[in-house]
Design a protein around this ligand. Sequence first.
Ligand SMILES: [Fe+2]
Ligand SMILES: [Fe+2]
Length: 268
Amino acid sequence: MIRALRIAHLSDIHFGRIAHPGIVEDIIEDVNNAGVDLIAISGDLTQRAIPRQFQACMEMLNEFTSPLLVVPGNHDVFPWWRPISRLSKPLSMFKKYLGSDMIRSFEMDGVAILGVNSAHGKTIKGGRLEPEISEAIKTYFSSKGNGVFKILMLHHHLKQIKALMPHDIVQDADRHLKEIIQHGINLILCGHVHISHVESLDSQNDAPFVIASAGTATSSRGRRSNRRKNYYNIIDIFDTHFTIEERRYNSNERLFNPKRTTQFDRSK
Ligand SMILES: [Fe+2]
Ligand SMILES: [Fe+2]
């Protein structure tokens, strides 16, 4: 059993609505101690996409000691009361602080990860995959061999998950999901719903197809079963299987502790 890669998956940090004093410092310490190869962050870095929230986020990101792969969320778009900026340059503040690439990738030891933008000023809260993003997903993953473990990260969900109650998903999600399955993607990392949830879907081929929705890592905006709860995930990819450990914050201890670990074989 050989481990190829360890990833910390964080989502929905929401600077401007931080849940507990010290939680930002505590997650930095926990992630840095985990010895991860990559920190993947699936959007909603801020609450209102204003400079001081992005500045606070950058201070956090600068403390991490592993490479970062970050995509925006709908809260990183200019808010609705700035309609012209929201429509004409929705992600300009995100781009100012985190760079203008809306497609970002990371590859190491037989694992390929693509992060894409699904956040727009054109939608209220739900996501949207522009045609060039769909094309980039296809191009990127079709260039990877069968033995490569393929991960797609985006902010929004591509499927309504019954256990999470009705929630915002990407426009035309069924069509996107069908295409994504054809590209042999094994794991989707997303957030947005503020509920930690891991679920295996039918891939209709020999490989597993899992959705890992991270809870809100640091904000007070946890929803439904995750109200007032904060989570992030540690994902370990081995040659034969992979595991997703959901780590939940205890504000009294000021520690993130393992809550649940789910294991999946890499072949059915
Ligand atoms: Fe969020
Ligand atoms: Fe969101």
